[in-house]
Write a new protein. Structure first.
Lengths: 295, 569
């Protein structure tokens, strides 16, 4: 090959190179119209779709235990998320929020609610999820979750999340301290005081049913083995109780344990579960006590 | 013309008066001063007569020529337009070409001539040349991406998404960088193999080999650390909070060290020993063959033109592939609960090495034969993951010295001919076979059978293919896409026969494949597709089988979500 031929071949490839660059530049950049979006705009849609998938996966892992599988909420635990006022800005305005609605959702997820909005209606406290505030999620994951939540916008029903359940009667904890008993149990009154389990603590079928409820509702925070190390636990303060800790479980008599599960613990993320029905609460209680072996 | 390196002679004497007067770089002329109005008047006057018009035409053409000539000289470091024309016609003027070789920055560190046989494509395959080219592409694309990347754990992923969705040509930039990174690792490895198998590391080239091996290690580390920077789910090693450290290693420290090493490596090749000749020609018993092999070819314009051609070809191929075929993957954001630990192809051998207890027989032998029990301190990650690769690199560094020592021990003249280096070549083939075998072992999954089945059809994230430069696999369920998945519960057993419908055919494929897992006795599977949200479907795979051990649960469930817009290939 002579020098001239080599340079000609080089020229041909450089021209091809320019053509390719031109095609990419045009498709990426210049030809975007609303009807015929540019490649870059199409990619933005692709990544928006993937963010919704990521958000769905995170929601299924971290949020369902309090807000329900499809955002319908859990009675007396946490409000519904699939409701119109959350997406059209009414809820944000109610809270005197002046920035965009998306920022409202994002910041609620990031920082949680230091003080519950309505402790009388919903007992669980929204924890802070962002790593910057001691949670477990990165900024990108929070964005993905918000993308998933706002994807309900089109068909979210009108739900009155704040006025349905009357304030549950709480046992005041202002009574005299009792030695060897957890603080939450002090001065336990009717109908909880003296309650006895209808099931034996070593009943195999009850244990199996209790485990099912536990895995479904409790494991997210208390962990699969009960050590208080579930995937959602890292974001919580105070931390979920370690149910395998014998010393701790000994300070929790059975009647008080039932009270704690049924009514939740004020000031923590432990929600009341009495909406599951008394039987279910007893079953999960039986299983929970088997984790530490304390009768 | 002779080149003047002796500065005691004045430059003017050396290069000759004519050169300085003829060269615009040194010309000092008094600027002609005339009034603009006088110029306009004389121009209009000229326009009115035929002679005047001819004068204008002549002046214009002179000006155009002189501007073009000066521009050409500036670009080519001294070639006039006439010289370029002569070059194009194939007329050789060694003096002119020597001027280009010594005076232009980019050509001054190239040799002025090559041995003709040493640059045969069939001898070197240009591996080293293309490695430098891809490294240069990495430098350019990497620098451009540094304008958009934010090296913080919270912002890194979002900044990469921003790069590909909001920056014009951002995706292309990332694709080119991703593709050239793989090509660079591949070509540096191939370069090493070529040098090893042609015995081109002997004698003068021993230390060059050492710098080359260090460069291979550096390139490998830079490429590996580069996979960490987007902070997606695919990387399970290292501390996610150390992303600034990884960023600095990837963009500054390691490439800086690489640049220094390339300088040493190339300086030795260009100034000390040149590219090796084909061994058969260099050591031929026939004197005329030896003599022919030493024939010289000037760098400019012969080798230069060839290189321009190959650069244009390689850039064209790489940029086209990156634009239309091979796209850099980006998994969902980093999630400590959901790590995939997917390794790129050039790290597979390492995973295979760590996962295979190859040191165990030696330890057992030591314990049973000699009573030395090292079993309690056997940690595969430490011994096989770190000690063995480091020892191998040290061995690789020592190759030319061991080789020389071996020749000396048997009192042999060093020879590069394959026939005289049978042991060396056998050892090289053994190492290559080990690389391939361990890479294969690294692809084997350690998942439970049910999870492995799920991974085949709906993997957590797209997994790269075993062969480098092939697109990743996102699973057939994702490939069918949102629109191809009807809502409902689909038992595999009811779709056992192949079907023309793509979805039903997938179900029958899954049915057949599930039977191929011997550990899953009487396995029954179902795919449950639910409309989950606007344009979002939830796909659950459920498998039931008869457990063999009481510890097995006998059920498996996995869920993925699929959005209408999230096109997977």
């Amino acid at each position: 090959m002579s020098t001239r031929q080599k340079l000609l071949v080089a020229l041909i490839f450089f021209v091809l190179l320019c053509v390719v660059s031109g095609i990419v530049a045009l498709s990426d950049w210049m030809m975007g119209t609303p009807d015929n979006p540019s490649a870059r705009e199409q990619r933005a849609r692709v990544y928006a779709g993937r963010a919704i998938e990521t958000g769905a996966e995170l929601y299924g892992r971290l949020c369902v235990s309090c807000h329900g599988a499809r955002g319908e909420g859990v009675a007396s635990v946490a409000p519904a998320l699939r409701r119109q006022d959350l997406f059209d800005g009414r809820r944000a305005r109610e809270l005197r929020w002046t920035e965009s609605n998306e920022a409202f959702l994002q910041n609620t997820l990031r920082a949680g609610r230091p003080i519950p909005s309505r402790a009388d209606v919903y007992s669980a406290r929204m924890p802070a999820w962002d790593q910057e505030f001691g949670g477990t999620l990165s900024a990108s994951q929070i964005e993905a979750l918000v993308a998933f939540l706002t994807n309900w916008r089109a068909d979210a029903p009108e739900v009155n999340a704040w006025g349905i359940v009357p304030a549950p009667a709480r046992t005041p904890a202002t009574t005299a301290p009792q030695a060897g008993v957890a603080r939450v149990c002090w001065g336990l009154s009717a109908p909880y005081a003296g309650k006895q389990s209808p099931y034996r603590l070593d009943d195999k079928t009850i244990l199996a049913q209790g485990k099912q409820i536990y895995d479904d509702k409790c494991a997210a925070c208390h962990g699969a083995t009960g050590k208080g190390d579930g995937p959602a636990a890292a974001a919580l303060n105070p931390k979920p109780a370690n149910l395998t800790d014998k010393n701790f479980m000994r300070t929790l008599p059975i009647d008080c344990h039932f009270f704690v599960i049924a009514e939740g613990v004020r000031g923590t993320a432990m929600p009341p579960w009495k909406s599951l029905g008394e039987e279910a609460v007893w079953k999960v209680l039986v299983y929970t006590r088997s984790l530490s072996g304390v009768p | 013309m002779t080149l003047c390196y002796n500065l005691r002679v004045s430059i003017q004497q050396c290069w000759g008066e004519k050169f300085f007067r003829g060269n615009s770089m040194f010309r000092r002329e008094e600027p002609r001063r005339s009034r603009l109005s006088a110029k306009i008047v004389s121009f209009l006057g000229d326009l009115s007569s035929a002679q005047g018009r001819a004068r204008i035409a002549q002046r214009t053409s002179q000006t155009v020529w002189s501007v073009a000539d000066q521009a050409t000289r500036a670009i080519t470091a001294g070639l006039s337009l006439d010289d370029v024309r002569a070059l194009w016609r194939g007329e050789q003027d060694p003096a002119v070409y020597a001027r280009v070789s010594s005076r232009a920055f980019w050509t001054h560190f190239r040799p002025q001539a090559y041995l003709q046989s040493s640059i045969k494509v069939s001898h070197t395959f240009g591996f080293g040349f293309f490695s430098v080219l891809f490294a240069f592409v990495q430098l350019v694309t990497g620098t451009l991406m540094m304008f958009f990347y934010e090296p913080s754990p919270a912002r890194a992923y979002a900044s990469v998404v921003k790069l590909v969705t909001q920056v014009p040509l951002g995706q292309w930039l990332r694709d080119v960088h991703h593709l050239c990174a793989q090509l660079l690792v591949l070509f540096v490895l191939l370069h090493l193999l070529r040098v090893y198998f042609t015995g081109a590391f002997k004698q003068l080239r021993r230390f060059t080999w050492v710098t080359g091996v260090l460069l291979l290690v550096l390139v490998w580390l830079i490429a590996l650390i580069g996979t960490r920077l987007p902070m997606d789910q695919t990387v399970g090693w290292g501390n996610p909070n150390d992303v600034l450290l990884y960023y600095l290693l990837h963009t500054g420290i390691l490439p800086g060290a690489g640049l220094l090493l390339v300088a040493v490596h190339y300086y030795r090749v260009a100034r000390l020993h040149g590219i090796s000749l084909p061994a058969g020609e260099e050591e031929s018993p026939d004197a005329t063959v030896r003599e022919k092999a030493h024939r010289r070819i000037s760098y400019f314009p012969d080798v230069w033109a060839r290189e321009v051609m190959w650069i244009a070809f390689a850039l064209c191929v790489v940029l086209t592939l990156a634009a239309f075929v091979l796209h850099a993957p980006l998994a969902p954001p980093f999630d400590a609960e959901h790590l995939q630990n997917i390794v790129p192809w050039f790290v597979l051998w390492w995973r295979g090495l760590v996962n295979t207890p190859i040191l165990l027989p030696i330890l057992v032998g030591l314990r049973d034969g000699f009573g030395i029990d090292l079993m309690p301190s056997y940690d595969p990650m430490f011994w096989q993951g770190y000690v063995m690769p480091i020892l191998f690199v040290v061995l690789l560094l020592a190759v030319p010295y061991l080789d020389a020592w071996w020749d000396k021990m048997w009192n042999r003249t060093p020879s590069r001919l394959g026939g005289n280096r049978k042991l060396s070549i056998a050892l090289g083939l053994l190492a290559l076979a080990g690389l391939i075998v361990f890479s294969y072992l690294g692809t084997l999954s350690s998942l439970e059978p049910a999870a492995a089945f799920a991974q085949e059809f709906l993997p957590d994230v797209c997994t790269p293919s075993f062969f480098p430069l092939f697109p990743p696999d996102c699973g057939e369920v994702r490939r069918i896409g949102y629109d191809g998945l009807p809502a409902g519960t689909f038992e595999f057993a009811r779709y056992a026969a192949p079907s023309a419908d793509r979805f039903e055919n997938l179900l029958s494929k899954m049915y057949v494949r599930l039977q191929m897992y011997p550990d899953l006795a009487d396995a029954q599977g179902a795919l449950i597709v639910e409309e989950w949200q606007t344009h979002l479907k939830k796909i659950t795979l459920r498998i039931r089988w008869t457990p063999r051990a009481p510890s097995e649960s006998g059920t498996f469930e996995k869920t993925i979500y699929l959005h209408r817009d999230s096109m997977y290939e």
